[in-house]
Design a protein around this ligand. Structure first.
Ligand SMILES: [Zn+2]
Length: 449
């Protein structure tokens, strides 16, 4: 039914992409994706593990052991990449003092995030895209800051990914800004992410997407036989956590409970990630996080930002949050030898393709509306050009209401379109597209007034 409609009624609108036709890759992004190196990330993880413990409450002054030394090394790494950037990449520590909270912080302690910023080249474009990971590690006892807690995969994998992307993208010149955010205090209750997210609110940052990478470099699950190096999970909330009663009523009125901006970001990541990375499927999980568990994207979604969690297909619980030991011949602990760096390479590349495509794209189209007058057997959409960015045209996305992913992608250079699809029976969205084919995040239409 769907295909027939398209073939008969749609000849006037060129079909640029669909599930049957792969969109062209941007050669610049393709080049960056090919530069992602498993060896480079292995070296990073090895170095992170060498700090013994990166517990949030471990030493901040010891030159070799503890989270302070690990943060200083990470900062220096970003600063070394900054040399290729012509002054666009800068990095600093964002530090503050933790107060005892009676839960996972038992004494006053210095905490810091490492924040590296690749400044956008368009002064009119204030968008910021963030890749985040946590540098802190833990063992079985959440308060034990002295025992070895290598944190190779949780979350050395995420830190290595952010550093690898900074290494490659430091020479790139994108209109929008990318932030490589290495937070502390994830295991002590998402402290660093909460701090940064609140700063983003206070400073009115135009944060358009947060990709939180946590535990994404091991392809072997806890159970024998669950080895999967071709699938990566992206978690996204459905109904937005942050909403007023009025916003919630609007979502209900148009049935947009699976069309919040975080869900759109997840779909975007799947489409763009799979466009650039071979032999990898991005599996969307339609819930905010793993069952009854949390992560650093949550402080962001709770404040109204679009933020997803990226995690390997099968977590291995023998190698997570354990003390290093052997029991009945089985090894426990989050050690580097249990990771799969070729899998991590692909997962990092999905992040890179997504961030680069977002930062090269124009801003999202404005005032996207769907006409509510006239026959409901068609859909008339109109919108305005984005605030910033060079637009070559727009993609109009279509899917049946019960489908998880966009099914059709139509191209137009106009700012309105009449589609022979009932506005009652389909969902729609519009993306702005650059001359190199980089598309913005999609915007769903609101009813015209
Ligand atoms: Zn973690």
């Amino acid at each position: 039914m769907f295909k027939r409609l398209l073939a008969t009624a749609f000849l006037a609108v060129p079909l640029v992409g669909s599930s049957q036709q792969i969109l062209n890759r941007d050669p610049e992004i393709d080049r960056y994706v090919k530069a992602v190196s498993a060896d480079s990330m292995r070296a990073t993880v090895e170095k992170l593990v060498s700090f013994g413990s990166r517990h949030t409450l471990s030493s901040v002054s010891d030159p070799q052991r503890g989270i302070g030394a690990a943060r200083r090394w990470t900062l220096a790494k970003f600063q070394s990449y900054a040399k290729n950037s012509g002054g666009r990449l800068t990095a600093q520590l964002q530090s503050w003092t933790l107060k005892p909270d009676g839960r996972r912080v038992d004494k006053e302690h210095e905490i810091a995030n490492v924040v590296a910023t690749l400044k956008g080249s368009d002064p009119k474009d204030d968008r910021v895209f963030v890749i985040s990971a946590h540098i802190d590690s833990r063992a079985l006892d959440i308060m034990n800051r002295d025992i070895d807690s290598p944190g190779a995969n949780d979350d050395g994998s995420g830190v290595a990914t952010a550093l690898e992307l900074a290494r490659i993208l430091s020479a790139a010149k994108f209109p929008a800004t990318i932030v490589f955010l290495i937070v502390s205090g994830e295991e002590q209750s998402l402290l660093g992410a909460e701090y940064y997210a609140q700063q983003a609110v206070d400073k009115k940052m135009h944060l358009e997407a947060i990709l939180n990478n946590d535990t994404m470099g091991s392809s072997a699950g806890s159970d024998i036989g669950t080895i999967d190096n071709t699938r990566l999970r992206v978690f996204s909330e459905g109904l937005p956590a942050y909403q007023t009663a009025e916003q919630a009523a609007k979502i209900r009125a148009i049935g947009a409970e699976s069309d919040g901006k975080t869900r759109q970001l997840a779909r975007y990541m799947k489409e763009v990630g799979e466009r650039y990375v071979e032999n990898l499927e991005v599996v969307l999980i339609f819930r905010n996080d793993r069952f009854q568990r949390g992560g650093d994207h949550t402080p962001f979604v709770n404040k109204g930002f679009a933020a997803v969690r990226i995690t390997e297909m099968n977590e291995n619980f023998d190698h997570q949050h354990h003390d290093i030991h052997t029991e009945n011949g089985k090894e426990y602990g989050d050690l580097q030898k249990f990771m799969d760096f070729e899998y991590l390479r692909k997962n990092a590349a999905v992040n890179l393709a997504t961030l680069a495509n977002l930062a090269k794209a124009p801003q999202m189209p404005q005032d996207v509306q769907i006409e509510v007058r006239g026959s409901a057997s068609y859909a008339k959409l109109n919108w305005k050009a984005p605030k910033a960015g060079k637009v070559k045209g727009y993609y109009v996305l279509i899917r049946e209401t019960y489908q998880p992913f966009w099914q059709k992608k139509l191209y137009t250079t106009e700012t309105s379109i009449t589609l022979p699809y009932s506005r009652d029976s389909y969902f729609f969205a519009v993306q702005a597209v650059s001359e190199h084919g980089n598309e913005s995040l999609p915007v769903i239409p609101l009813p015209s007034r």
